[in-house]
Write a protein that binds this ligand. Structure first.
Ligand code: GLN
Length: 548
């Protein structure tokens, strides 16, 4: 029988519940246990696919094409397994399924209610994960904070699961925040006490409390949390904020959370954890390394979570190449107004990431032109490839009006356009080209040197494609389509032949980068960035630029 670790959050959001869930997954996987991690999101959208990134951060795409919460990115990066659509469930999905059954007549005669109909559907979705994956332990994270109206049915479902499966098969972990009062220099446990009281009023008694804090937590505070929250002292685990999220599993391992979970859930451990590779990665990240600076030109840069996987992919590749990559976040709209160009000039590489809609596009196109002319290494991710193509069409092929029909439906030169099958689609949710597709790599190209493979599978999330009517003209002027769909009909990678590294992919390589296994395109890009930084005249770095 599978076992479940249920994670709830208290006090405030954004305390790192997703990273904690991922870290717990890593602790168990290191002990040879097959794990899966699921996120239950209480919002009513069916998935985050149609949400503005400012609201929700990045949409993380899985192999099977599901558009999911960014926490699934943390899960995959920590446990290094590919998850599936079942691992992200929303209130929207639950209600849609129950209402569809009601319309079919499945509940004839009955009144459909939150308990039992909605809670049963929630439990069914939770149980699907071990059924489909064979996971011995499923870690289930409930989005939001205890006290939110939206999450009540999910919490009630978790309560019922303990009743049905017993204590030895279910464990409740509550992640809270200890605020620091600077006037007295104290950490406070009261909000945690209140949050646990709220949780208990719903019928959930936490077994473990992860107390997040910006400051070290003294033993007496741990004892206090234990006493007031009715958790044994060894069930309270303080986690002090660390600049490196990959340190969290090590922090928890040092406090023996892995053994504690194994004991409480009566898990049969298959092996002793081997933390050496993970530790080496964390130590390398801490070590002093030469700095390189990369500008990320996007439209949602005020919220860096919107580019979570891109930031992580840069970090993974930089680590392997022995440098520290600072990212300069450039709002493409500022470039349109004429500012931020001097900062761009000082960076050693440029990334134009994914995005939708026409705001800021002209700034990105100008930035791509800047990278092309100044020979700054450029990596275009999905929209970033389309931007590279539009800029090339306008300024190398002299097609002044070139554009994507996403931004100008009547453009005279639709170098990026909808495929005929996309034209028929009216609904926006879940209708893009989504998920893993194969890509053939052309020999002798930049892409081939990066991948060292003839064929790869990459994750997609886009509606528009390169327009093949322009293929020959582009090729004649120095663009190489180094990645294509196996039937040759879709352009997957475009690169310039007379540039050290100017490459764009129609897919999102960032979703497959892992801390110990950086993505080959990001590695090749960072290598080019390092070459650029070492070139005399370009090594000033962007020290005066605002970086993070
Ligand atoms: N908006 C573009 C498209 O739909 C690019 C999408 C993206 O960058 N993910 O094709």
């Amino acid at each position: 029988m599978s076992k479940f670790v249920f994670l709830t959050g208290g006090v405030v959001s954004s305390v790192g519940k997703g990273v904690t869930a991922a870290a717990i997954g890593k602790l168990l996987k290191e002990r040879g246990i097959k794990v899966a991690i699921q996120k239950l999101d209480p919002y009513i959208n069916v998935d985050p696919g149609t949400m503005n990134p400012y609201q929700h951060g990045e949409v993380f795409v899985l192999d099977d094409g599901s558009e999911t919460d960014l926490d699934l990115g943390h899960y995959e990066r920590f446990i290094d397994d590919s998850l599936s659509a079942d691992c992200n469930v929303t209130t929207g999905q639950i209600y849609s399924a129950v209402i569809a059954e009601e319309r079919k007549g499945s509940f004839l005669g009955g009144t459909i209610q939150v308990v039992p109909h909605i809670t049963s559907e929630i439990k069914r979705r939770i149980n699907l994960v071990p059924e489909k994956t064979g996971a011995e332990v499923v870690i289930v994270e409930v989005g939001g904070t205890v006290g939110d109206i939206e999450s009540l049915p999910f919490l009630e479902a978790l309560r019922q699961m303990r009743y049905e499966r017993g204590r030895e098969n279910t464990l409740y972990v509550h992640v809270t925040w200890l605020p620091h009062i600077s006037a007295t220099g104290e950490l406070k446990t009261k909000p945690t006490q209140h949050s646990v009281r709220e949780l208990r009023s719903i019928g959930l008694n936490p077994d473990v409390i992860i107390a997040r804090s910006d400051h070290p937590v003294a033993e007496d505070l741990i004892a206090k949390i234990a006493l007031f929250c009715d958790v044994e002292p060894k069930g309270v685990f303080p986690v002090v904020t660390t600049p490196n999220l990959y340190e969290v599993p090590l922090l928890l391992e040092r406090q023996e959370l892995g053994s504690y979970l194994a004991e409480k859930l009566h898990l049969k451990l298959r092996r002793k954890p081997n933390w050496k590779p993970w530790q080496a990665m964390v130590h390398a990240e801490r070590a002093d390394r030469p700095k390189v600076c990369i500008s990320l030109v996007g439209k949602y840069v005020e919220l860096q979570d919107a580019y979570m996987s891109v930031r992580e992919a840069v970090r993974h590749a930089a680590l392997v190449e022995g440098v520290k990559a600072e990212i300069l976040w450039v709002q493409s709209g500022d470039l349109e107004k004429g500012s931020a160009w001097s900062d761009l000039q000082r960076t050693h590489g440029m990334i134009v990431p994914g995005g939708f809609g026409d705001r800021g596009i002209e700034g990105m196109i100008e930035a791509a032109g800047f990278a092309r002319r100044k020979k700054i290494p450029y990596l275009g991710l999905c929209l970033g490839m389309q931007v590279l193509v539009i800029e090339f069409a306008r300024h190398v092929l002299d097609l002044d009006a070139a554009n994507s029909t996403e931004f100008d439906p009547d453009t005279a030169h639709p170098v990026i356009d909808l495929l005929p099958e996309q034209r028929q689609i009216g609904e926006l949710g879940g209708t893009m080209r989504l998920g893993l597709y194969p890509c053939k790599i052309g020999s002798g190209t930049l892409a081939a040197r990066a991948y060292k493979r003839e064929s790869v599978d990459e994750r997609h999330r886009h509606r528009y494609e390169f327009n093949n009517a322009y293929r020959q003209a582009f090729e004649e002027h120095g663009m190489c389509f180094s990645g294509q769909s196996p039937d040759g009909k879709l352009v997957e990678i475009a690169e310039l032949t007379d540039h050290d590294f100017m490459l764009g992919s129609q897919f999102h390589p960032e979703f497959l980068s892992r801390p110990n296994r950086p993505h080959p395109l990001f590695v090749a890009f960072i290598k080019a960035v390092i070459r650029r930084a070492k070139t005399p005249g370009n090594n000033a770095a962007a020290s005066s630029a605002s970086t993070s």
